[in-house]
Design a protein around this ligand. Sequence first.
Ligand code: SF4
Length: 362
Amino acid sequence: MTAVSSEMRAVQVPDLRDFTLPELTEWMTGLGEPPYRAGQIFRWLWRRQVGEFREMTDLPMTCRQVLEAHARVSTVAVVAIQSSQDGTHKLLLELPDGERIEAVLIPEARRLTACISSQVGCALGCRFCLTATMGLHRNLRPAEIAGQLVALGKTLGSGNHITHIVLMGMGEPLANYTATEKALRILIAREGLAFSPRRITVSTVGLVPGIRGLARSGLGVSLAVSLTATTDELRDRLVPINRRYPLRELLQACRDFPLPPRRRMTFEYVLMAGINDGSEDAHRLVKLLKGIRCKVNLIPLNEAPEIPFRRPSRQQVEAFQKILERAGTIATIRESRGEDISAACGMLATAERPLDSVCSVP
Ligand code: SF4
């Protein structure tokens, strides 16, 4: 097939990895196939991770021919892997149209967390985030969000598997809500990647309609909200989306978010020296979060030349934490992971920092 005709085909026929199982069932029955075929195909796509119809050997030949004519299956390719001294791996991934995104694998004790992207770049312009410097190239499709797990899984040695997922890579997942929700359904589906929703965290800077949508979806995934400022005046400057969804509205959406027993919402707070790390900020944070079952993750800023702020001293970070703890708020300091390879929080930006080495993930 020539490049032009394969591109046209990509536009004309659906990518089966974009479908949730109910959507695939509807599409297959539209082709005159029995509904149970959708389950067979879904398992091939996500559990066995096979993308070639000819390899789906339990489908009748006629069905495989129908699929060849009417559908395609896209894959996310690993282009390069960079490994940090602390065991973190940053992966450069290529999408079918050649756009590139990044994902990070973070091993900790008995966990292996995959931090995945939801957009190529981001439009929200948070002042402390390197991804913001790229602007938004485009949204990812469901196949591209969930497909990152397939790509990452293939780099792992035998016996290793991803235990937790955070949508905290490039992009704001709730600004790409429909694709994110579909991808979550694929990740959770028993016939799909079968992750427990408890082990999936969606991170947002505060898109209230998306938080409310996630609450209504009944998916049961965890929510992390990047708060980072305790007054609207400061938050308007650091997180411009605050002008549309100010703190009061955001925190009400958090209060309304359904939390299963014993689970807590996470608030991320990026600490910047002299900007939001004072004792008055800590006291205001305690007040704002009153009544919300939550924990606070304090993230000392990961510095970069493009970011106009500095990281506070360890002493200052610990003093901030103590104020929260004394007031009964659970507060942890996130130890930066993968900083030497620009894989730490807020440091993902492919356009600015191309990867240069390939190695295998243990
Ligand atoms: S912090 Fe998140 S929402 Fe803000 S610019 Fe960076 S990627 Fe976008």
